[in-house]
Each structure stands twice: as C-alpha cells, then as structure tokens.
Design a protein around this ligand. Structure first.
Ligand code: BEZ
Length: 212
C-alpha cells in the first residue's frame, strides 16, 4: 500500500549500527526522520551522513531522532563510518539500519526499479510523535539533499501543530506566518495572536511568528 502524508509510519524491527531497532519503540515520544542512502562507500551519501551527524544538536533541539537506511549490512556501515568520520570531520552519532534484506527499503517504497532494482533512492520521511508520516521527500541518487530544508520543514510542521498557522513560501524561523483559514472566531484570533494580524485578503492573514 502506498504511504501518504497522514499514514501511520509502518513499524519494523531491523539491525542497525547501534543495535536492534524496534522502530516505534525507538521513536518513543520523539519526532523522527527516516532517510535512505543508495549505497555505502559512495560520495554523496558520505557527505549527507556527515551533515546529519553535524546537525545533531539542531535535531535534538526539535526533539527529532535521525535514522539512516542503506541496503548494505551493518558490518559494511561500520567500515564506512571510519571514512565518514575522517572525511567529514565529525563523529557519527545516530544509527544507520543495515537493510541488506531490503525489509525497510521495500516497506517504505524506497526502491524505484525504473531507476535501479536493488539500490534505494534518497527518500526522507518525517514522522511525528503519534507515528504519523508528516512529510515525504524523494531525491534521485545523484542529488544530495538539503538538510537545512529538512530542519526548516520540521520547524514549520511543529509551529503548525502548536499555533494553527501555516508558513508561506521560503519562510524561515522568526519570519511572519499565515493564520490558518479555519480560525475565524474573533475571540480566538485575539487570544492566539496577541500581536495582531494583517488581513491582506480575507484568506491571507499574516501575523508575527507566535512564541518568538
Ligand atoms: C552517491 O552517494 O554518490 C551515489 C550513490 C549511488 C548512485 C549515485 C551516487
């Protein structure tokens, strides 16, 4: 069955560089990003895993756990880790699943046979504490992902959950946000958005980012 935004993230048990992962239990009350890499000992993947390790404090701040997936086994990942640490100047600090049996890659539709029968594309799933998939991104193997964009999107999701707002094009932390069209009661608007808002159009109401 196809996975969609709003689907419950399928649970699984798989080996990783940090031991056996029972996915839902491992997530606990955290958000998660589950992201695939086509293959060990490849250049783009090496830079992406290094960046994820470097950004751990940013993921921690947002209560997000990172979990990599690749179709090589754990022993291979562990050999590759030494290269990542050497070339990206960072200590690996999150688990990578050894998905040699492709259990997780298939469960999350990360193998696109029109491109390659055995390797994964670069998939990203952002999962919330209710285990719901909140964001899906798919990149081809040759294009490294933008992890600042992943953090920015997580910021938007978390802000939406907390304050019933949406974020406009190219929004970044601290910039104005959009009040969800569902919020119309004047008393609620006053309580939720004490700094007021600008009604550009009845459906486009802009307010300073709440909680800042
Ligand atoms: C890479 O990570 O550099 C890569 C992996 C598979 C295919 C193409 C590039």
């Amino acid at each position: 069955m196809a996975l969609h935004i709003g689907s419950i993230a399928p649970d699984f048990t798989q080996e990783s560089t940090e031991g056996t992962i029972h996915f839902h239990q491992w997530l606990g009350n955290s958000w998660g990003i589950l992201f695939s890499h086509p293959k060990d000992f490849t250049p783009v993947c090496t830079t992406e895993l290094g960046m994820t390790a470097r950004l751990k404090p940013e993921f921690d701040k947002r209560n997000v756990k990172a979990l990599g997936v690749s179709v090589d086994d754990v022993a291979s990942h562990k050999r590759w880790t030494a290269d990542i640490e050497e070339t990206q100047h960072v200590k690996m600090n999150f688990p990578v699943l050894g998905d040699a049996d492709k259990k997780v890659s298939k469960l999350y539709d990360m193998i696109h046979p029109e491109w390659n029968d055995t390797l994964t594309v670069r998939s990203v799933f952002v999962i919330d504490p209710n285990k719901k998939i909140r964001l899906i991104i798919t990149y081809p193997a040759s294009t490294g992902r933008n992890f600042q964009e992943i953090l920015r999107a997580i910021d938007s999701l978390q802000l939406t959950d907390k304050y019933t707002v949406a974020t406009p094009v190219d929004w970044k932390q601290g910039e104005d946000v959009i009040i969800a069209p569902s919020v119309t009661d004047p008393a609620v608007l006053k309580e939720k958005f004490p700094k007021g808002y600008k009604e550009v159009k009845p459906y486009l109401r802009v307010t300073p980012q709440p909680g800042k």
